[in-house]
Design a protein around this ligand. Structure first.
Ligand code: AMP
Length: 281
């Protein structure tokens, strides 16, 4: 496995692969890898013969007061996990390589970032869209794989690829969970045992919602109320949002009469955790 830290070397390597007829899959991450990230690398490997995993804690997608400095990092551990998972190249640039002095160009979507996470993190998706655009131009992938755990991010990326005519296929990977239901996340590393227990209420709330909708409840307010009660019953939880939204546009849903997205964000002590599922009547 190669580790590349500069844009010039990454672009030259991508050109060499492409000139030899090879296909490139990009898996963007912020590192501190877990099985969710590795599942995306495995998907990439089924669509391309070269899997490039980027590891970059992107300052542009963190707001003031968020956990940029505290974000967990362990490059040596990531390197060995990625190698074991069959990743061909890690692209791990320093922040100064991606945002040199004088940097001033950003990619902004008009509507999708106005919902869900974008409300409490108003500059987050601008940072995501910008770095993803740059990674596309640096890694030159044929396909790129993103997790459904960050559902809104996946929609933003799909929209940006259509709007800016990137010739890249976007693939969404299923959410990988711990055995007890907790969605895997690098931020789970912040949870002490008591809060980790409280964090289980997120997946329990989603499961309860799925059961309600399966058994015929179509009123979003009732479903959200039950999910809220589940989460509020656990200590150290502060709900940012729990919403049921159109799974494509993130627009409002009056009645759950077709598959809809249920998404939530909850602070459990320090970390803000997100999770989601599709509710199917
Ligand atoms: P991150 O390192 O948290 O920015 O995540 C990098 C990529 O991994 C994103 O596309 C995430 O959606 C995806 N991802 C994170 N956690 C999971 C998970 N539990 N299951 C599947 N994909 C995930």
């Amino acid at each position: 496995m190669k580790v590349i830290e500069t844009i010039a070397e990454m672009q030259a390597h991508a050109d060499t692969i492409r000139m030899g007829g090879g296909r490139i899959a990009l898996v963007p991450t912020m590192g501190y890898l877990h099985a969710g990230h590795l599942s995306l690398a495995a998907i990439g490997g089924r669509h391309a013969d070269n899997v490039v995993m980027s590891i970059f804690v992107n300052p542009a997608q963190f707001g003031p007061g968020e956990d940029l400095d505290a974000y967990p990092r362990n490059f040596e551990r990531d390197r060995s996990m990625a190698a074991d998972a069959g990743v061909d190249v890690i692209f791990a640039p320093p922040a100064s390589e991606i945002y040199p002095d004088g940097y001033q160009t950003h990619v902004v979507l008009a509507e999708l970032p106005g919902h869900l996470c974008g409300r409490s993190r108003p500059t987050h998706f601008r940072g995501v869209a910008t770095v993803v655009t740059k990674l596309f131009n640096i890694v030159k992938p044929h396909v790129a794989v993103f997790g459904r755990k960050d559902y809104q991010q996946l929609l933003v990326v799909r929209r940006l690829v259509r709007d800016l005519n990137f010739d890249i296929r976007i693939i969404g990977g299923q959410i990988v969970r711990e055995a007890d239901g907790l969605a895997m996340s690098s931020r789970n590393a912040y949870l002490d045992p008591r809060r980790r227990h409280s964090a289980l209420s997120l997946s329990r709330a989603l499961e309860k919602a799925r059961e309600m909708v399966r058994s015929g409840v179509a009123d979003p307010a009732r479903v959200i109320g039950a999910a809220e009660a589940e989460i509020r019953s656990c200590p150290d939880t502060v709900i940012d949002y729990i919403e049921i939204r159109d799974a494509e546009t993130l627009g409002p849903v009056e009645t759950i009469d077709r598959p809809a997205l249920m998404a939530l964000a909850v602070k459990v002590g320090k970390p803000r955790l997100i999770d989601n599922c599709i509710l199917t009547p």
